[in-house]
Design a protein around this ligand. Structure first.
Ligand SMILES: *Cc1c(COP(=O)(O)O)cnc(C)c1O
Length: 447
C-alpha cells in the first residue's frame, strides 16, 4: 500500500511510515493511492465468520505485504475479543452496537488495531514512540486503553476540561503508567490545534511524536471493517444497504467510504451530525466554512466545527482541501451528493429520539446513537427510500448517565469495566490553550 498526502506536497510513503508519523510533513492527511476490490465471491465466502476472522481476511488483502499473515491474524484476534451485536428495530432497520469494547466506545475498533500495528513495527525495529492525542472524550480513553502498558510507547492525552463526562475523564486519568492526561481549559478544537502545532514544531522533531487521532490512517482502515461485517450478517450480494453514521470528525464515515470503494454495495451513506452542521451546509451549497468555536451539544464526541477527515473525503472525490479548510480544487459535488446525505440533528430531537426508542422499542441508546437514528428517519422521510439500513450506536448509554437519565428517568447500568474505574485515583495536569505552556510541558516531560 502506497499513501499520498491530501495536500499533495509531500512524498508518497509506505503504510508503516504513514502509521508511525500520523500527519504528513505538508500537514496533509495520508490516503491510500489504491484500494483493493473485494468480489462478490470473496465477500460471500466470509459469510458467517466471526468478526476477527472477517477483519483478518479483509486486512490481509488491504494491507497486503505490510504485515506478515501470522502476525496479522494474531493481532486481529487479540484486538477484537468482544461482541459486535446487530440489534433489530424493525424489518428494515438495525442498530449495530459498536460499544462493547473495553472503553465502551466504537473508537476501540480503531485504537486497538492501530496500537497493535504500531507495536508490531516498533518491536521489529526496537524503536520508541510518543503519542500525542487530542480527544473530545472517547478517543482519549480508547487510545489510552489500547496503548496502556505497552513498552515502547508513551501516550499524552489532551481533553477539553468541560466537554468530557466524568466517566470519560476517569477512563483517561486513572490508568497511569505510560499514559498521561492533560486537562485543557478550552474546546476540542483547541486541543486538536495544540497537537497539530506540536507536530509541526521543529524544536520538537527529535521527540518522535506521533498522533493517534482519527487523522491516523491506522485508525481509518480498521473502521471500514464493521461495515462489511454488518452487510455479511444481513444481506446477499449485490443487494444494497444504507448506513447512518453519527459523525463528528468524520473518521467513522470515511471508513464507510473506503468500504464502498472496496466493493461493498452501499446505496447511501447518511452522515448524521449534531448542531455543528458545517458538512450538511457544504453538501447543500458547495461552499465550506468551519464553525468556530464549535457548538456544545449533548453528543459531545461530535462537537467538531472543522472535521479533519473532510480533506480526505474531498480528496476521494477528486478535490483538494488544505488543513485550514480552504478548498483549492472542488470535488465532484454531484457524485458526492449521490453517495452521501448529511443531516443535522438538534439536541431537542436527540432527546426525543432516545425517549421514543426507549418507550416504543424498548431499546436504550445514548445521544450519539440517537443522532444516527434520527438522521436515518429524516433521510427516509425526505427520500422515501426504504432500503435496509444499519445505524451505528457508537457508545454505551452508561457513558452518558446524566443525559440518559434526564430523558427516560432511569440511569443505564454500566458494564463492569466502567464500574471498576469509579474508585481509582485520578492523575492529570491542567493547562490553558497557550501553546508555549504546552510546549514547555512536552520539553520537560519528554526531553
Ligand atoms: C468519536 C465519536 C463519534 C464521531 O466519530 P467521528 O469518526 O469523529 O465522526 C461518534 N460517537 C462517539 C461516541 C464518538 O466517540
Amino acid at each position: 500500500m502506497r499513501l499520498y498526502s491530501t495536500n499533495l506536497k509531500a512524498e508518497e510513503v509506505s503504510f508503516e511510515t504513514a502509521l508511525i508519523t500520523g500527519l504528513a510533513p505538508d500537514k496533509g492527511l495520508y490516503m491510500p493511492k489504491q484500494l483493493p476490490m473485494f468480489s462478490k465471491e470473496e465477500l460471500t465466502s466470509m459469510k458467517g465468520e466471526p468478526y476477527p476472522e472477517i477483519a483478518f481476511r479483509l486486512l490481509r488483502k488491504i494491507l497486503a505485504g505490510e504485515v506478515d499473515e501470522a502476525s496479522l491474524r494474531a493481532i486481529t484476534y487479540d484486538a477484537y475479543n468482544y461482541e459486535v451485536p446487530l440489534e433489530r428495530v424493525d424489518g428494515s432497520t438495525y442498530i449495530m452496537r459498536l460499544d462493547r469494547g473495553p472503553t465502551s466506545s466504537f473508537k476501540d475498533f480503531a485504537a486497538r488495531m492501530m496500537a497493535r500495528l504500531m507495536q508490531y513495527y516498533l518491536k521489529k525495529e526496537n524503536r520508541k514512540l510518543r503519542i500525542l492525542t487530542a480527544t473530545s472524550g472517547d478517543t482519549g480513553s480508547a487510545v489510552a486503553d489500547a496503548f496502556y502498558g505497552l513498552d515502547n510507547i508513551d501516550v499524552i492525552v489532551l481533553f477539553p476540561r468541560t466537554e468530557v463526562s466524568d466517566r470519560q475523564r476517569k477512563q483517561m486519568t486513572t490508568l497511569g503508567k505510560n499514559i498521561s492526561a492533560l486537562s485543557i481549559e478550552g474546546k476540542f478544537d483547541d486541543c486538536q490545534a495544540m497537537v497539530k502545532q506540536a507536530f509541526a514544531d521543529e524544536d520538537l522533531k527529535h521527540m518522535n511524536l506521533s498522533s493517534a487521532n482519527s487523522i491516523n490512517i491506522g485508525r481509518l482502515v480498521p473502521q471500514s471493517i464493521y461495515y462489511f461485517y454488518a452487510y455479511l450478517k444481513l444481506k446477499n450480494y449485490p443487494e444494497e444497504i444504507v448506513f447512518s453514521i453519527p459523525s463528528g470528525n468524520f473518521g467513522n464515515m470515511m471508513g464507510c467510504v473506503l468500504a464502498k470503494n472496496m466493493g461493498l454495495p452501499v446505496k447511501k451513506i447518511v452522515a448524521s451530525v449534531n448542531e455543528n452542521d458545517e458538512v450538511p451546509i457544504f453538501l447543500d451549497t458547495g461552499s465550506y466554512s468551519k464553525i468556530e468555536p464549535s457548538k456544545n451539544c449533548l453528543s459531545n464526541a461530535m462537537n467538531v466545527g472543522h472535521p479533519s477527515n473532510l480533506a480526505r473525503l474531498i480528496s476521494m472525490y477528486g478535490g483538494q482541501m488544505d488543513e485550514k479548510g480552504y478548498i483549492h480544487k472542488a470535488p465532484d459535488m454531484e457524485k458526492l451528493k449521490q453517495d452521501i446525505y448529511s443531516i443535522p440533528v438538534t439536541d431537542v430531537d436527540t432527546k426525543a429520539t432516545i425517549k421514543e426508542f426507549y418507550e416504543e422499542h424498548n431499546i436504550l441508546i445514548e445521544p450519539h446513537g440517537a443522532v444516527g437514528i434520527k438522521g436515518l428517519m429524516e433521510y427516509r422521510k425526505a427520500t422515501k427510500d426504504s432500503t435496509l439500513a444499519v445505524t451505528l450506536e457508537t457508545a454505551d448509554p452508561a457513558k452518558f448517565p446524566a443525559e440518559v437519565r434526564s430523558v427516560i428517568g432511569v440511569e443505564p447500568e454500566p458494564p463492569q469495566h466502567l464500574k471498576d474505574i469509579e474508585s481509582r485515583p485520578e492523575h492529570m495536569e491542567h493547562l490553558s490553550t497557550d501553546y508555549g505552556q504546552f510546549k514547555a510541558y512536552l520539553q520537560k516531560k519528554l526531553g
